[in-house]
Structure formats: structure tokens, C-alpha cells
Design a protein around this ligand. Structure first.
Ligand SMILES: NC(=O)c1ccc[n+]([C@@H]2O[C@H](COP(=O)([O-])OP(=O)(O)OC[C@H]3O[C@@H](n4cnc5c(N)ncnc54)[C@H](O)[C@@H]3O)[C@@H](O)[C@H]2O)c1
Length: 319
């Protein structure tokens, strides 16, 4: 299938989701620029290995820098023609946002505003914004749908993501930006962030360490395999029309204790579990209604958790 080569800016492209997107866009012959400040949330070494393959492409440009640096953004946008921005750079993670609320606000809200302002100044009008299932807070109605009210976040991280959506809508309204906000539901797979449960638990079980289980193991998550998220992002890029919000999940929920059992089975070892109190900011469950993405984007998630965990553990053992 022939397709038009485009120039993409992927913010946070050295991270987990970003690096997979960068690889996929490069493999189709596109030009990709990434701005990433190698935030110390996890190691630069890991992020550099995420983009090791991308760095071999002449069509890839890495700019080591911060989205809070307006002069740098001005240079970036004035020196490069950009068709679409995929804004993934953020301070991620719910629990640390309670400790570092001011920094989360600064990067996720002011940083997003800087990206929008630079786009306005340089007349770039196509944007994908990485939002999160956390905006649903402790929504009682399941599955979560884009038409549900999301005015009740329970963590600073969630509030920054909801704020990002609000800023996006404003720029769509005032300046006719075409924006899709994608609410990702817990993403996992090769290169997953080391702070997230699947990665953390698998590594600890492999190393015979005791894993901390927050709560009684009945909190539920809709875990989305990275290839499905990349499929969703790319479909969202192709379908930029006005302003839309889409859930990207698998539409299946797994209890934390079931997840641990799946990991144990795949690794072939029992976990030592230490039960700890539920963490503030953690929601009870996430569960995506993906019918809107299916209908408007043709999103068609492929991975059951069993297969995804198997792929992840294979990758972890090799890495
Ligand atoms: N992984 C998930 O389950 C999940 C779920 C919902 C939403 N999201 C969102 O998706 C996006 C990507 O998440 P991820 O899991 O790949 O996280 P990640 O931490 O692996 O990637 C984020 C990248 O952004 C970079 N970054 C952070 N602050 C920056 C700054 N000030 N300037 C430039 N770069 C900066 C980091 O160095 C990192 O490489 C984030 O916006 C996150 O909030 C992720």
C-alpha cells in the first residue's frame, strides 16, 4: 500500500510508547524528530537503548531538550517542517505525582501549553495528545466511555491529563487545530516503563524478591498491549478531523491477583507477596469502552493479556 511520507514530531520519543511509535513511523519511510530530555524518572541508558535502532536512520533526528524550553521549541519548529505532532512527553505515573505535584504540573500542563503555542506560531495544526484512563477517577459506571463526565480526578497526574485535554479543545476551537486526545489504558509490552506493575513484578519474581501488592489484589485494570496502542495512535493520525477524545484499551479487565498468577505461570515460579495498604491516588478499576475508536478509527485491538504477558517476559529475559 503506497502512502505519503510525512514529517512527524514525537515528543517523549525515547520513552516506552514513544520509541515504539518512532520505530513504526521510520519503518514506513517517514521523517521523525524527537524531543526528549531523558527525564530521570528512569535511566537514560534504558531510553537510549529504546531508540538504538531509530538512531541508525538518517530520517531520524533526536533533540535532547525540555518541552518547557520555549526558545528550543521555537528553533525546532522554525528549522523543520512538521506535519503532525504526537505529544507524548510527560511526567508519567500516578503515585509519584503526589510527591512531585508541582513538577508534574509544570511539565504536563505548561509543557503542553508550550507545544500548542509553538504549533500556533509556526502554523502546525495537527496534534495527537497522550491522555490517560486516569481521567475517569473512580468512575462507578463501567465500561468507561468518552461521554462520561471526567470532572473528578483523584491524582495530580490525572488532573494534568484532563487539563491537557481542555487546552487541546481550546486550541481546536480558537485556531482550528485538528486534535485527537487518546486516553491510553495501562500500556504494557517490551520496553514497558520499569515502574509499572507487569515490569516491576516480573523482574522481582525472576530475582526471587518479594513483590509489594497494594490492596487485597482485587483492583482491576484494562491492560493494553503496546502494538495495539501503536495501531490506535497511527489510526488517530490518519483520522484527524476536528477535536475528538478516544479510549484506547482492550476492553477486558484483570484483577491484580489474576495478573500476578499469569506472570507466575509464564515465569514458572511462585511469587512472594507482601500485602500493603492501597495507595492514595490509585483508582479501583479501569475498563475501556472502545466502541468509539472501533467505529470512527477502525481500531481493532488484537492482544489478549495471556499472549501479551508471554511476549513481555520473553523480551525481559533477553534484555
Ligand atoms: N504507559 C502507560 O500505561 C500510559 C497510560 C496512559 C497515558 N500514558 C501517557 O503516554 C505518554 C508516554 O508514556 P510512557 O509510558 O511511554 O512514558 P515514558 O516515561 O516512558 O515516556 C515519556 C518520555 O517523555 C520524556 N519527558 C519527560 N519530561 C519531559 C520534558 N520536560 N521534556 C521532554 N521530554 C520529557 C521522558 O524522558 C520519556 O522518555 C505519557 O504522556 C503518559 O502520560 C501512558
Amino acid at each position: 500500500m503506497s502512502h505519503e511520507i510525512k514529517n512527524y514530531l514525537v515528543t517523549g520519543g525515547a520513552g516506552f510508547i514513544g520509541s515504539h511509535l518512532v520505530d513504526s513511523l521510520l519503518s514506513e519511510g517517514n521523517n521523525v524528530i524527537t524531543i526528549d530530555n531523558f527525564d530521570e524518572f528512569y535511566s537514560k541508558e534504558v531510553k537510549l537503548s529504546n531508540i538504538a535502532s531509530a538512531l541508525t536512520f538518517d530520517t531520524f533526528q533526536l533533540i535532547e531538550g525540555d518541552i518547557r524550553d520555549k526558545d528550543l521549541l521555537d528553533d525546532l519548529f522554525s528549522n523543520n517542517h512538521i506535519d503532525v505532532v504526537i505529544h507524548l512527553a510527560a511526567k508519567a505515573g500516578v503515585r509519584p505525582s503526589i510527591e512531585n505535584t508541582v513538577e508534574y504540573y509544570d511539565v504536563n500542563i505548561n509543557g503542553t501549553l508550550n507545544i500548542l503555542e509553538a504549533m500556533k506560531k509556526f502554523d502546525v495544526k495537527n496534534l495527537i495528545f497522550a491522555s490517560s484512563s486516569s481521567v475517569y477517577g473512580n468512575n462507578k459506571k463501567v465500561p468507561f466511555s468518552e461521554s462520561d463526565i471526567v470532572d473528578y480526578p483523584i491524582s495530580p497526574y490525572a488532573a494534568t491529563k484532563k487539563s491537557g485535554e481542555l487546552l487541546c479543545h481550546t486550541y481546536h476551537h480558537l485556531y482550528d487545530f485538528k486534535i485527537n486526545c487518546l486516553r491510553f489504558f495501562t500500556v504494557y509490552g517490551p520496553r514497558q516503563r520499569p515502574d509499572l506493575a507487569i515490569h516491576k513484578f516480573s523482574k522481582m519474581i525472576l530475582n526471587d524478591e518479594t513483590i509489594p501488592m497494594f490492596g487485597d489484589g482485587t483492583t482491576k485494570r484494562d491492560y493494553t498491549y503496546i502494538d495495539d496502542i501503536i495501531q490506535g495512535i497511527k489510526l488517530a493520525i490518519k483520522n484527524l478531523n476536528g477535536y475528538e477524545v478516544f479510549n484506547l484499551g482492550e476492553s477486558r479487565t484483570i484483577m491484580l491477583k489474576e495478573l500476578i498468577t499469569l506472570i507466575e505461570k509464564e515465569i514458572g515460579k511462585k511469587a512472594n507477596i507482601e500485602k500493603l495498604p492501597l495507595q492514595p491516588g490509585d483508582v479501583e478499576q479501569t475498563y475501556a469502552d472502545v466502541s468509539k475508536a472501533k467505529e470512527l478509527l477502525n481500531y481493532d485491538p488484537q492482544y489478549e493479556i495471556e499472549e501479551g504477558i508471554k511476549n513481555f517476559i520473553e523480551w525481559l529475559k533477553k534484555s
